[in-house]
Design a protein. Structure first.
Length: 233
């Protein structure tokens, strides 16, 4: 579903590459956890999938990243909305409208869908994420877990094949984190979405993962496998 072919990212030539000649294939329809020490390049790797690298954060990308066959470098992130949805650590940074239902609809704006299709997708996403009762609520009045579910919903309405999340639970208390992780697990199981998520609080998330990718250190090859096998490395 996601393929990395000899991918290197350099922000600053003097500092050396943030990712070096990475080869990796992320399987389809699984919840995949990305782990590794701080600074090893997890956010950079996620950024190459969502198109944030190089289009928004800068950096030079060499090699090729494809998501469902689409090259992320030759498309702007907005043009990838129906392939990959991206959610960050801070849901507040994500929102552009006031209410829950407007936010879900906004994610589809660039797709050119008919109004009735957009309405149906908002309804289906509200139900899927347990947000139906909150549809008219101003986002500012929601809890952290509810906000993060809205952020996920807003990138889901284009029906992406892949969801990329950079530490989606790190700003949440344990109960809200469980709420968000349960939703992600449901997307994988019910819709076959591929979820790729970086997280440093392993004890919180590892039992939700189908696969773990470990970036052991700068320039070292990634290790991918079942959670128990990778965590034993
Ligand atoms: P992680 O997510 O594993 O902590 P990052 O991908 O954030 O790692 O960072 C990898 C390396 O790239 C670090 O040395 C970091 O300082 C550097 N880096 C990340 N983003 C940028 C940027 N936008 N500009 C310059 N350097 C960056
Ligand atoms: P469209 O909006 O293209 O007319 P529908 O809304 O009828 O299509 O949904 C098509 C199918 O996609 C439904 O079976 C629905 O369950 C499923 N679906 C719902 N949400 C998602 C999603 N986020 N990603 C992929 N498929 C989804």
């Amino acid at each position: 579903m996601i393929r990395f072919d000899q991918v290197s990212v350099t922000y600053d030539e003097a500092a050396g590459p943030a990712l070096a000649q990475l080869d990796l294939t992320v399987p389809e329809g699984e919840l995949v956890l990305l782990v590794g020490p701080s600074g090893v390049g997890k956010s950079t790797l996620l950024g190459t999938v969502s198109g944030l690298v190089p289009h928004f954060t800068g950096g030079t990308l060499r090699g090729r990243v494809t998501v469902a066959g689409r090259d992320t470098r030759t498309h702007r992130p907005r043009e990838l909305a129906d392939v990959v949805g991206t959610v960050g650590q801070d849901p507040l940074a994500h929102f552009v409208t006031d209410t829950v239902e407007d936010e879900l609809a906004y994610g589809m704006e660039s797709l050119g869908l008919a109004p009735d299709v957009m309405r149906r997708r908002v309804e289906e996403t509200l139900d899927l994420l347990g947000l139906a009762e909150l549809r008219e609520r101003p986002i500012a009045t929601l809890s952290g877990g509810q906000r993060q579910r809205v952020a996920i919903g807003s990138v889901l309405t284009p029906h992406p094949k892949v969801l990329v999340l950079d530490e989606p639970t790190s700003a949440l208390d344990p109960a809200a984190a469980e709420e968000v992780l349960a939703v992600l697990q449901r997307l994988v199981h019910d819709l076959g979405t591929t979820v790729l998520m970086a997280e440093h609080r392993l004890e919180r998330v590892v039992h939700y993962a189908d696969q773990v990718i470990l970036l052991p250190g700068p320039g070292q090859a990634p290790v991918i496998g079942a959670p128990a096998d990778v965590m034993a490395v």
